[in-house]
Design a protein around this ligand. Structure first.
Ligand code: PFF
Length: 456
């Protein structure tokens, strides 16, 4: 797909529409679906969280994802320069670039813990291969995971490996064969998740799991559940920090932003829900705690692999596919930073990759220690480094980025420009505009109002 008519013709471009869809789906589908969604659901009362989360995806997530792709495609620049360029086009202040800069920082902070958790996944590939899950029960799986978490050097080793592989791909740039791998890996992930659900139905307590996730329990919907669900909707769709914007910026003009967004949001949500059902079936059948926290999937899935025929191979395959999903997401986490550095300073892509790689290695090593040696070092509000990064990015920075983009597209940009770029029918456009101008800003602002105590 040629982009010679665009303002930055030297930049990469997606080979075709499918590549963009795969890359964006690859960004969206990751640890957020498989690791974070189950543990957030468990920690936030099950169905209360799921219900609000689904509403957030439909009412905020989808319109905002469309908004972010639209901004990127119109500007054809990295997020910071994209915002500055679009602001100029609308005769508004250049300071809008701070939205993009905040996204660059958010990506680095998220990767700070993302690569550590992805490291846990890598470790579990080896564990599965060694038959460590044979006949394991709930207590055994929990103990095995706790022993693993207590070893700082192992966590750092796996984090290093994951980050090195991610950065190697990042330094090569776009179109480097990743799409070919995605073509096979993503559908395989889907298939193995379905198999896991089947297995958990057989050996777990599926009815209780479905009840936990879907029977409406409105009393459990508290402001903090709403905040977590909103934040997770942003996290899982990769919106609010410019990842989707930067992917949109490599995109040609011929694709339907709305259709692509719907497709990605649907796939992303389905995977999360399926994994959740599998995990909670195992949780309830094995007397485990749904609110076990970030270790939840690592303390439950081994039980299923331990009893499944060919469980070692299935376990290995599952964790390999999860690692792959995490990898395609991690690449998108650093792309805003890399694009910003190479397009603003005289750095090559390789040099920029080193700068971010070293920064993230240090951050990730500190996060790894926050699960053991530094677990009791509370930084702010009683949170250790991992908890702080997780909460700060998911609950505050991503929604704040989304809010700013919604206000920008809804109130600052020229309506004709937005409409032209989105190419929607009149009725869909009106709906989208309503969501962007009123629903998203009001929802995000009221949650922030609660969070910062502005209301009391
Ligand atoms: N959406 C990814 C996941 O669910 O694992 C995480 C992520 C990637 C968040 C890229 C934000 C982002 F910009």
């Amino acid at each position: 797909m040629s982009q010679s008519a665009t303002p930055a013709a030297h930049r990469g471009a997606w080979r075709n529409r499918w590549t963009f869809v795969l890359a964006t789906a690859g960004s969206a589908i990751g640890l957020g679906n498989i690791w974070k969604f189950p543990y957030m659901t468990g920690a936030n009362g099950g169905s209360a969280f799921v219900l609000v989360y689904l509403l957030c995806i439909a009412l905020l997530g989808i319109p905002l994802m469309m908004c972010e792709i639209m901004l990127g495609r119109r500007a054809q620049r990295n997020p910071a320069d994209a915002m500055a360029y679009l602001a100029r086009e609308a005769n508004a202040s250049r300071q809008w670039r701070w939205v993009g800069l905040m996204g660059v920082l958010t990506g680095i902070l998220i990767l700070g813990f993302y690569s550590v958790i992805a490291g846990w996944v890598l470790d579990h590939i080896v564990r599965a291969a060694n038959g460590a899950f044979h006949g394991i029960d709930g207590a055994g799986a929990k103990l095995q995971f706790e022993i693993f978490l207590a070893k700082p050097l192992e966590l750092i080793f796996w984090h290093t490996l994951f980050l090195a592989v991610t950065m190697t791909v990042v330094s090569r740039g776009l179109n480097a064969g990743l799409e070919k791998a995605s073509n096979i890996m993503m559908p395989s992930l889907f298939a193995i998740v379905l198999l896991m659900v089947g297995y958990s139905m057989a050996v777990g307590n599926f009815a209780e799991s479905a009840r936990f996730m879907f029977s409406p329990n409105f009393v459990l919907i508290t402001p903090s559940v709403v905040l977590s669900a909103l934040g997770h909707a942003f996290f899982t769709l990769s919106i609010g920090m410019g990842s989707v914007m930067v992917y949109g910026s490599y995109l040609g003009r011929h694709i339907s932003i709305a259709r692509t967004t719907l497709y990605i949001a649907l796939t992303d949500t389905t995977i999360g829900l399926l994994v959740g059902l599998a995990i909670f079936s195992l949780v309830f059948a094995n007397g485990l705690a749904p609110a076990a926290g970030p270790g939840l999937i690592f303390q439950t899935l081994p039980i299923a692999f331990g009893v499944m025929p060919a469980g070692d191979i299935m376990g290995m395959l599952f964790f390999i596919l999860v690692a792959f999903a995490a990898w395609t997401s991690a690449i998108s986490l650093v792309e805003p930073a890399i694009a910003w550095i190479t397009e603003n300073f005289s750095f090559t892509r390789k040099q920029a990759t080193w700068v971010i790689g070293v920064t993230n290695w240090l951050l990730g090593a500190a996060v790894a220690l926050s699960f053991n040696l530094w677990a009791d070092i509370k930084l702010i509000a009683g949170l250790n480094l991992f908890d702080l990064l997780d909460k700060l990015t998911t609950n505050i920075l991503l929604p704040a980025g989304g809010l700013a983009m919604a206000l920008f597209a809804g109130y600052v940009m020229k309506t004709t420009h937005v409409a032209e770029e989105l190419g929607l029918g009149p009725r869909t456009y009106a709906l989208w505009r309503f969501a962007i101008r009123y629903v998203s800003p009001l929802a995000i602002l009221s949650i922030f109002a609660y969070l910062f105590g502005w209301l009391s």
